[in-house]
Write a protein that binds this ligand. Sequence first.
Ligand SMILES: *Cc1c(COP(=O)(O)O)cnc(C)c1O
Length: 409
Amino acid sequence: MHDSFPETPTFVTHLECGMERDHYAADQLHGLSQAGKPLLVKYDLNQIALSVSQADLASRPANLWRYREFLPVRKSENIVSLGEIQTPLIPAPNLQGGKGSIWIKDEGRLPTGSFKARGLCMAVSMAKELGVTKVAMPTNGNAGSALAAYGTRAGMKSYIFCPEDTPEINVREIAAQGAQVWRVNGLINDCGKIVAQGKESVGWFDFSTLKEPYRIEGKKTMGLELADQMGWQVPDVIFYPTGGGTGLIGMWKAFNELKEIGWLTGKLPRMVAVQASGCAPMVKAYDEGKEHADLWENAHTVAAGIRVPVAVGDFLILRAVRESQGFATAVDDAQITAALDEVSRQEGFLMCPEGAATYAAYKQELISGRISPDESAVLFNCASGLKYELPPADQSIDITQPIDFSLFT
Ligand SMILES: *Cc1c(COP(=O)(O)O)cnc(C)c1O
């Protein structure tokens, strides 16, 4: 029945508070730690290194579950999958800056059209393994869509709360995939409060970003996959559009795990957290040398996926950025829109606005000198550009009139 996912040994030893480092038992349902901080999954890395090799991985299908030993799901029957393919790493030789050393990692090819599928397939699989039947989540769109899809596939009920101005397509795709969805006249943190308040009375499990431990493990596969695709090498710099930060935290965890088992030996990538200037709490905290970020008032940006005014994993984002000798930087909506247009027209690649923000940041930081054109850079395009509203294209031809072929220059 589950031939596509053969049983393999698993190596989770325990969970650990990202802040206090106190331990929590594996194989039990957990939300945040006692200190109210995200829990990180810990593995017996020595045993992983002894039981699986790079050659073993290479012989498996190129998908997220190739990295099974590095993942928390114990039993294959609990894997909830919609086909999480390895996403392509596409060179972008026509873009300004690098001498052919920019790549776009196109996460828009994943189920539900965004990399939220990586996190939610893992979180839902673990929820299934731990007996959860009802889940709830605040979302700006893509996470809700992924939860709706995987939750439905796992036979769970999902309750999803979106800020009023969430893109219509996201609200509709959530509903279409069998979840219950509500628009809320507030921001994502207001939606989060509803989820927290309903825990007792409705008995749903809180799937808010980083409030359960396994989405990070799903997003961690971006780092494992990137290193694998590059022949167990890493780029010099990674530009990541940062909202709740799951992906940035997850990738940094992946690189460190790979380093610890000796699969990565050189310098790890510099992690650059890209935010929108209308919502840049991590940039402000980074610039001020703080460990935690303040709530960002009146958050606004065209890049809805990174409109996150407060993140419970703020210190983990900032830690990864600093440990990796990266930085946090913001670009405005005009830069994002111009970057999206440039990449579409120069490379034939339609980015999502959040992805476009990474290219805008790349260009900005070449000028600032914080990165150099000799550095290889990977830009994360986190969702399909087709999920967003596009500029109108309104030329038409009237076949009852003679056609003026001189138009087609
Ligand atoms: C969620 C999302 C982000 C932010 O990702 P995090 O890992 O939560 O910081 C960026 N872009 C898009 C399209 C998203 O859906």
